[in-house]
Design a protein around this ligand. Structure first.
Ligand code: NAP
Length: 249
């Protein structure tokens, strides 16, 4: 069945791959990112493949911006019933160097963003009696040096997900989290830069520690998100799926 999905942070990386995958699965997709112009590539890829997509510019941490974006989806596509909270940033620093801004910025995009988006979309899901929410967590939720802010946010995403599953289940809405391990995107490039390691060297070293002996790709994550969004996953809710090539990152 065709549904309407919103994927946040979908201009690039995991979000873009997820938007393309959901479109390939037959859904209309709102490709949301901070700047609508940056969504053009993802929208073009979807429409070139015969799918339906629109670009949306919105800041997920801003309530008015979120409300306006969801209203635009209703107007230009139809009421959204699939939501993927993927938008994310990193502001890595060891605790003693971490600023209040580093902390607040990460909480705002991941946690406040997922909260505002879910609150705006649930109304349409409840009305339809069907919905899928997928939140992007991370193996960093288990703790990661230099990421006190990000690890706390990604662990928070898991508690948020389980609570949505409890509250929204009776309306036919499931909520699950996907927790990627080492996936090569611009975010990985930023981490390699911070550590002062050339990207290829960084990828090779990390891949050697992963049981399947390779780095993950955005498509690996998109496949897991697509499963949670599928019709067949209606009895799976409140789960966290680690997509990390092994049991640990
Ligand atoms: P990415 O390449 O950095 O893409 C993130 C996207 O989110 C960017 O397009 C960014 O827009 C957008 N964004 C940032 N703040 C936003 C806001 N306030 N409102 C709307 N959009 C915003 O990241 P990624 O690596 O694909 O990661 C996607 C998700 O997976 C994130 O939640 C991340 O934490 C999670 N994750 C990634 C990895 C990994 O290894 N890459 C591992 C585990 C979890 P701008 O470009 O304009 O900033």
């Amino acid at each position: 069945m065709t549904r309407t999905a919103i994927v946040t942070g979908a201009a690039r990386g995991i979000g873009a791959a997820t938007a393309r995958r959901l479109a390939a699965d037959g859904h209309a997709v709102a490709v949301l990112d901070l700047d609508a112009a940056h969504c053009a590539g993802t929208v073009q890829a979807i429409t070139d493949a015969g799918g339906r997509a629109i670009a949306l510019g919105a800041d997920v941490s801003d309530a008015a911006s979120v409300e306006a974006a969801v209203a635009q989806v209703v107007e230009q596509l139809e009421a959204p019933t699939i939501l993927v909270n993927n938008a994310g940033i990193i502001r890595d620093n060891l605790l003693f160097r971490m600023t209040e801004d580093d902390w607040d910025a990460v909480m705002a995009v991941h946690l406040r963003g997922a909260f505002l988006m879910a609150r705006a979309v649930q109304e349409h899901q409840v009305r339809a009696g069907w919905g899928r929410i997928v939140n992007l967590s991370s193996t960093s939720a288990l703790g990661n040096r230099g990421q006190a802010n990000y690890a706390a946010a990604k662990a928070g995403m898991q508690g948020f997900t389980k609570t949505l599953a409890l509250e929204l289940g009776r309306f036919g809405v499931t909520a699950n989290a996907v927790a990627p391990g080492f996936i090569v995107t611009d975010m990985t490039r930023a981490t390699a830069e911070r550590l002062g390691t050339p990207l290829e060297e960084f990828i090779t070293a990390r891949a050697a520690e992963i049981p399947v002996q390779r780095a993950g790709t955005p498509d690996d994550v998109a496949a897991a998100v697509a499963f949670f969004c599928s019709e067949g996953a209606g009895f799976v809710s409140g789960q966290v799926l680690y997509v990390a090539g092994g049991p640990r990152a």
